[in-house]
Design a protein around this ligand. Sequence first.
Ligand code: ADP
Length: 462
Amino acid sequence: MKIVLCSSEVVPFAKTGGLADVAGALPIALEELGHEVIIAMPRYKEIQESRFKIQRAGKDVSYSILGRGIKVYFIENDKYFNRDGLYGDKKGDHKDNLERFSYYCKRTLELLKEINFSADVIHCNDWQTCLIPVYLKALYSMDAFYKNIKTILTIHNIGYQGLFPKEEFPKLGLDWSLFNIKALEYYNQINLLKGGMVFSDLLNTVSTAYSQEIQTKEFGFGLEGVLAERKESLFGILNGLDYSLWNPVQDELIAAKYSVRNIEDKYKNKRDLQKICGLPLKEDLPLLGIVSRLAEQKGFDILAEGIEKICKMDLQLVILGTGEEKYHLILEKIVKKYPKVISLHLKFDNTLAHKIYAGSDIFLMPSKYEPCGLGQLISFAYGTLPLVFKTGGLADTVTADNGFVFDKYSKGDLIKTVGKAVTAFANKKKWTALMVKGMGYNFSWKESAKSYIKLYEKAKSQ
Ligand code: ADP
């Protein structure tokens, strides 16, 4: 099968979150199953020749290779992409995001014809790519080259929809008739995710639980009605984990490599992390790690409320993340009060992320909602027990038998569960058994990739 994967971020070229992990790993798994895959993404400022082997594909398109021979095409446009920040900077979202991503979507479709890649399916991901199915049906379907191409949209997070003022609609180059509630309009605004949900042949989310949850008012972010109409076309496929990147046996970014056979070497990583973070070198204190966007979705509202009580327990806490300014401020304040307990790193840092997964005992991920979540899967691989709220992909993967789960979203329940984990940590034998269990899991992409192929085939047969 010939597949085009479209994503606004792809590991190792550009990443702000789990979308990039998925977009960098799924194509490789599809290629290993014998399919022909290409990827298209914007060429951001950070995609430089000094960091990657990049070749020219045309005047305004370049490419690099992923896996054995997957061409990753970079759509170039200095005005739109040669700047800091994928979607925004410290001041907020880039003001011209509608133009930036509509340009990317249109240019990607044109590129397919230029390179004569007669795709069976275009696999779109999140709002940044959602104009592809819209343009395909509205502008390109008369062209024989595009006529048989099917589209799949994966919704990685329905909380981010790509909303823009109605006044910007002419920039899309679409007929005003598409600005209606059956297409791109959402309460008098442009909603790109909605457009993708309406125009794609099939839809999926990144866990089964989340595919159910987003059909409810509580988790649908206003789009549950649109999904209700497309219920028959909506599926759930759990993300995998790229074990060539996330594996303590061969991780070059951590202080000491380890497996279940030399599991005690994990503690060398704990010491290394404590040293880097300026925390007391105490092996007996449970070390909790967080690697996350600092957003309410990730549980930072209840964490901010409960953190003082958590800091008073016998533990250490390392936080790596960037996000909402208010959480930066709250956390900075608390670190000043408890410098021997918390170490805070307000940045995006892949190396430190690896060190935290490897050096922590417990991975804290109290997300309010979580489409799939990769943090808990990574922490399993590193023998770090996840502590999560029971929702979405976290509910699908973490239980009381492999980690710690609370099922009422409140600061009280979070604090109680942290307390439980701290107590459990004292029982080394039981703890080690849980570590070994998690390290034995295999959330490999192979099975998920097979499910995606089935989905593509279903789209093709429609
Ligand atoms: P998201 O909703 O942000 O996509 P996921 O759990 O699916 O959440 O994936 C997050 C990914 O981004 C993981 O690979 C995680 O390690 C990484 N990550 C998040 N924040 C940071 C950060 N500040 N520095 C480095 N990596 C980060």
